[in-house]
Design a protein around this ligand. Sequence first.
Ligand SMILES: C[S@@+](CC[C@H](N)C(=O)[O-])C[C@H]1O[C@@H](n2cnc3c(N)ncnc32)[C@H](O)[C@@H]1O
Length: 242
Amino acid sequence: MAQNIYDNAEFFAGYSGLRRSVHGLAGAPEWPAIRALIPNLAGKRVIDLGCGFGWFARWARENGAEHVSGYDLSEKMIARAKADTSDPNIVYTIADLDRLELPEASFDFAYSSLALHYVVDFERLIRAVHRALLPDSQFVFTIEHPIYMAPSRPGWTVDSEGRRTWPVDGYAIEGPRVTDWLAKGVVKQHRMLGTTLNALIKTGFSIRHLQEWSPTGEDLAAIPDLADERERPMMMIVAAGR
Ligand SMILES: C[S@@+](CC[C@H](N)C(=O)[O-])C[C@H]1O[C@@H](n2cnc3c(N)ncnc32)[C@H](O)[C@@H]1O
């Protein structure tokens, strides 16, 4: 079972103050790249895995989706999603993606933003998503890039002054990695790039696009804090066909 760090009060307060939590999709610099991969959602039934505050669910409905089912482990995230949404065709459910069962052949589009690196059994979830999607549908997700993962050995990627250096150590050692981001002891799951992509391929998805996202010059001019993202990709954007 995955850790539920978003319900930790300190973590939740920190996360709520991030640009993407305050401004939603407009505050996520990778959003234009994701947006370009999203098919026409008119009349579509959508699942959002790790929906957080529900920013994407609301956008999907504003852009024609018939229904959105958002799943998230965190009671606090879901509580705010519900408070910020007044749309009977968006249903938020507290659920662990490591145990989630979905109705067969019931959705036309699956989405997930920065949640899948918390999932322990990635392949199990991908099989569940594949079963839940109708033929010819699509799955677009972002996930932390494995090169960005926390070190497997304390101090490995920190220089003598305590500044983080890159890239990740122990790349081939898959499994939990612990980092201190917004709170101490945040657990994420390290998987090699091949493991993530092969889980999709083995399940029957075809990879349509893989982007190791980094900011454009324009992004950097607008948000100079993004400079680290040029040193190594922090996330991947994947579009897969069912
Ligand atoms: C970085 S936030 C992203 C939220 C939202 N997708 C967005 O982009 O605004 C990651 C979300 O994944 C959720 N999450 C983490 N592990 C999960 C799990 N095992 N099952 C369901 N949700 C999980 C967290 O509670 C959190 O809301």
